[in-house]
Design a protein around this ligand. Structure first.
Ligand SMILES: [Zn+2]
Ligand SMILES: [Zn+2]
Length: 244
């Protein structure tokens, strides 16, 4: 371990001690022994996992389908340029609280348990043929404001678990536009057009894109298209939560 990484580990642990020690979901005191980062064991176990098949293009849950790679109605007209897209849970209830704390309340130590959920999804798909795990990038201005890119923390923790390299430099965000969550679907697509930039990719590189939340999938679409235009061989995408 380098001095720098040891120091940042100490910093994170110290931050964790000064943070209030209650569960970010139920707000009860957090017993040390039954906690998953800043969530109690009970709430963690109750997070809304998606147990039904998901659209292979945007991860939308499609209950009752028998297809092996189902496609939802909106994706059948305009699928994402990904080989598959998946999500662990639904963006609601406890998962919404956990991701909010992870993203906005500096509970950055949730990266490891959340990456554990992503690892489960990737392993159950049986597809580990990736050369690089790449986070959905954040603009420099936003990174300065927030201090960290939660997608990058997830990507790093997931890459470590899968023993694949994390390569944030394969994709950059050139401009920050209005936050996607405040826009309607068509506006979201226009909002992310031309926002990402990629250096020439290693020949045929296989990329696993990582983000915390996937809503309509327009961010993944723009990222994947940029990577493929720059020479990537294939792109798959994974998010912790699917918002519908
Ligand atoms: Zn709880
Ligand atoms: Zn879909």
């Amino acid at each position: 371990m380098t001095f720098g990484s040891a120091l940042s580990l100490i910093g994170r642990e110290a931050l964790r001690i000064v943070l209030p020690s209650w569960c970010v979901v139920c707000r009860r005191d957090l017993p040390w022994r039954e906690r998953v980062a800043s969530c109690c064991g009970e709430c963690w176990a109750a997070l809304p996992a998606i147990s039904v098949p998901r659209c292979s293009s945007c991860a939308l849950p499609i209950p009752g389908t028998a297809a092996s790679s189902p496609i939802c109605i909106s994706c059948s007209a305009n699928p994402l340029p990904v080989e598959w897209c998946d999500a662990w849970g639904e963006y609601r209830a406890g998962l919404e609280s956990v991701l909010h704390a992870f993203k906005f309340e500096r509970h950055d130590f949730l990266d490891v348990p959340l990456a554990g959920l992503l690892e489960g999804v990737v392993r159950s798909r049986g597809d580990l043929g990736f050369d690089a795990v790449v986070p959905v990038p954040m603009s420099r201005a936003k990174l300065r404001r927030r201090g960290y890119n939660q997608a990058e923390l997830l990507a790093r923790a997931l890459a470590k678990r899968l023993k694949i390299r994390c390569e944030p430099r394969l994709l950059a965000r050139t401009v920050e536009r209005e936050t996607q969550s405040s826009l309607a679907r068509a506006a979201r697509a226009a909002n992310v057009r031309g926002v990402f930039q990629a250096p020439p990719q290693p020949r045929g590189v296989s990329v696993l894109l990582v983000d915390d939340i996937c809503t309509t999938g327009e961010t993944f679409r723009a990222c994947a298209a940029t990577l493929l235009d720059s020479g990537a061989g294939r792109v798959c995408a994974i998010a912790v939560a699917k918002a519908t």
